[in-house]
Design a protein around this ligand. Structure first.
Ligand SMILES: [Cu+2]
Length: 492
C-alpha cells in the first residue's frame, strides 16, 4: 500500500504542477445543450468592468463569439492609503464580465501584457474539457494564446488563473465571472450588477498604509488581512455605491474568487426573492443568506420597496466590519411607512463606511508631505469617530446618562492626554468620575484602530463640543501602544 504522505504528495503535485482542475461534463440530457454549429458573422463579446454587466444578448441563434482578455499586473488601492499589486484579467479585480449564450462557440484570446512579470493562464468553469482551458492558455508576458470552446451549459461561472502557485495567482485577484445565458435569455430586471468577493493576504496589518506585499504564509494559514467585494474597501461604498430606485428589481451576479473563504452572502434589509444558488438552474425563494463557495457563484434577485442604504456583507461578520467585506446599494425614492417605519440605516451598520474618506485621504497625504494640520486631523478623525466611538459616546459627544460618560466637556478626558490614548487602546473598566458623575462600566479596547486613526480621532474629540487641546500625533499613539503589556497572543 502506498504510504499516505506519498499519496498526498502525488495529489498535491498533480494539482500544482499541471495546474489544472478537471471538471466533469454534465450528464447527457441535463441542462447541457449543443444547438449546432455557429451561425452568422462572428461577434466580438462586450466585456465590462465591475460592477457593470454587459447588456442582455437578445440573440436566438448560436454564434461564434470572440473574447479578448488581457492580463495586467497593476498597482491599485486596496484600502484608503494602502496599495497592492493586483494581477488582473482586464485591469480589474474581479476581471471583466463575459456574457455569452448557451450553444455559442467562444474563440478565446488571452493576452499577457509585455510589462507583466508572470506567466498566466485561464481556467473557465463554464468550459467542458480538462483544465477548463488552463492547459491551452498558458501565456508568457508579451504573448497571446488562443483556444476555442463551446458553452454547453447555461449558468454563472467563475473563471480564474491556474498558473502555479495557483493560490497566489488567485489570491492576487485573478478571477472573474462568465454568464452563459439560457437560449431564451434571462427575465428582464431593472438593474444587473457584478459583485465578487475575494480574500487578500498582506504583510502589513489591516489598513497599515503604504504599499503592501502578498503574504504567502498568511494565505496558507487562511488568515486574510482583507475580505473584499470587488477588490477594494472603497469599491462599492460612498460615491461608488450601487444604485437603484424604489419599485425596481435588482439582479446581482455574485461570485466568490476565494482563494480560501466561503462567503455567507447577505444583504442587510433585503430578502432575496430568488436565488439561483451555486449558479445552477434551480431557484430558491425568500432567502436571507446564501452560501457562495470559493470558486462558485450565485444569482440573487430582489426588489426594493423602501428607500435607503442596503448593506451587502459576508455575514461571517468580522469580515464585514474588520476586514472590509461590505458594500452598499443605495435606493432612492419615496418612503413606504407601511412596509417600514424606521429610519435610514445609521452609523451602526454603515460604520466608518459612511464616512468622509476624502478627509482621511487628505490627512494622510498631508502627513506624508509633513504638512499635517490639526484641522485636517480633526476632519479625518470625525469620520472615524462616526461608527466607532459614536455608538456609545453619541455623535454629539454627550454620552448617555449613567451609562456612557460624556467626551464633550469631559474634565477626565482633557486632564491627561496619554491616559486618553491608553483608554482607547486598552479599554477602561471600573469606577471613573467624569464631571462629578460616577460611572462603573466597561469600554472595550479599540486597538484594532491604527496609529493614524486613533491620533485623528482623539485630536477630533479633544477639540470638539467645547473641548480645546493640542493635537495627538501618530507617534504618541505608537509609543503608548508599544509600552503597553498585553496578554500573549492578543492583537497589536
Ligand atoms: Cu496568473
Amino acid at each position: 500500500m502506498m504510504p499516505f504522505s506519498r499519496l498526498f504528495f502525488i495529489c498535491a503535485f498533480s494539482s500544482l504542477g499541471v495546474a489544472v482542475m478537471a471538471e466533469a461534463a454534465s450528464p447527457p440530457g441535463a441542462q447541457g445543450g449543443d444547438f449546432g454549429p455557429p451561425r452568422g458573422a462572428p461577434i466580438r463579446a462586450v466585456l465590462t468592468s465591475p460592477p457593470a454587466v454587459p447588456p442582455p444578448l437578445h440573440r436566438n441563434y448560436p454564434a461564434k463569439v470572440i473574447v479578448e482578455l488581457e492580463v495586467r499586473e497593476i498597482q491599485k488601492e486596496i484600502s484608503e492609503g494602502v496599495t497592492y499589486t493586483f494581477w488582473t484579467f482586464g485591469g480589474t479585480t474581479p476581471g471583466s464580465f463575459i456574457r455569452v449564450r448557451q450553444g455559442d462557440t467562444v474563440e478565446f484570446h488571452l493576452k499577457n501584457h509585455p510589462d507583466n512579470k508572470m506567466p498566466h493562464n485561464i481556467d473557465l468553469h463554464g468550459v467542458t474539457g480538462p483544465g477548463g482551458g488552463a492547459a491551452s492558455s498558458f501565456t508568457a508576458p508579451g504573448h497571446e494564446s488562443q483556444f476555442t470552446f463551446k458553452a454547453l451549459n447555461q449558468g454563472i461561472y467563475v473563471y480564474h488563473c491556474a498558473t502555479a502557485p495557483v493560490g497566489m495567482h488567485v489570491g492576487n485577484g485573478m478571477y472573474g465571472l462568465m454568464l452563459v445565458e439560457p437560449p431564451g435569455g434571462m427575465k428582464p430586471v431593472d438593474h444587473e450588477y457584478y459583485v465578487m468577493q475575494g480574500d487578500f493576504y498582506t504583510v502589513g496589518k489591516y489598513r497599515e498604509r503604504g504599499h503592501q506585499d502578498f503574504d504567502m504564509q498568511k494565505a496558507i494559514d487562511e488568515k486574510p488581512t482583507y475580505v473584499l467585494f470587488n477588490g477594494s474597501e472603497g469599491a462599492l461604498v460612498g460615491e461608488n455605491a450601487l444604485k437603484a430606485k424604489v419599485g425596481e428589481t435588482v439582479r446581482l451576479f455574485v461570485g466568490n474568487g476565494g482563494p480560501n473563504l466561503v462567503s455567507s452572502f447577505h444583504v442587510i434589509g433585503a430578502i432575496f426573492d430568488r436565488v439561483r444558488y451555486e449558479g445552477g438552474v434551480h431557484e430558491q425563494e425568500n432567502v436571507q443568506t446564501t452560501l457562495i463557495p470559493a470558486g462558485g457563484a450565485a444569482i440573487v434577485e430582489f426588489h426594493l420597496r423602501v428607500p435607503g442604504s442596503y448593506v451587502l456583507v459576508d455575514h461571517s461578520i468580522f469580515r464585514a466590519f474588520n476586514k472590509g467585506a461590505l458594500a452598499i446599494l443605495k435606493a432612492d425614492g419615496p418612503e413606504n411607512k407601511l412596509v417600514y417605519s424606521g429610519k435610514e440605516v445609521d452609523s451602526v451598520y454603515l460604520g466608518d463606511k459612511a464616512a468622509n474618506l476624502a478627509a482621511v485621504s487628505e490627512a494622510r497625504s498631508a502627513e506624508e508631505r509633513g504638512t499635517l494640520t490639526k484641522e485636517q486631523q480633526m476632519k479625518a478623525g470625525e469620520s472615524r469617530f462616526t461608527g466607532t466611538c459614536s455608538v456609545c459616546h453619541q455623535a454629539d459627544g454627550k454620552g448617555v446618562a449613567n451609562v456612557f460618560p460624556p467626551l464633550a466637556g469631559s474634565d477626565f478626558l482633557m486632564a491627561d492626554k496619554s491616559r486618553a490614548i491608553g483608554i482607547v487602546l486598552n479599554g477602561l473598566s471600573g469606577k471613573v468620575t467624569v464631571n462629578a458623575n460616577g460611572y462603573d462600566s466597561v469600554m472595550p479596547p479599540m486597538s484594532q484602530l491604527n496609529d493614524d486613526e486613533l491620533a485623528n480621532i482623539l485630536t477630533y474629540v479633544r477639540n470638539s463640543w467645547g473641548n480645546s487641546g493640542d493635537a495627538v500625533s501618530a507617534e504618541e499613539v505608537k509609543a503608548i501602544r508599544n509600552s503597553t503589556r498585553r496578554a500573549e497572543g492578543a492583537a497589536h
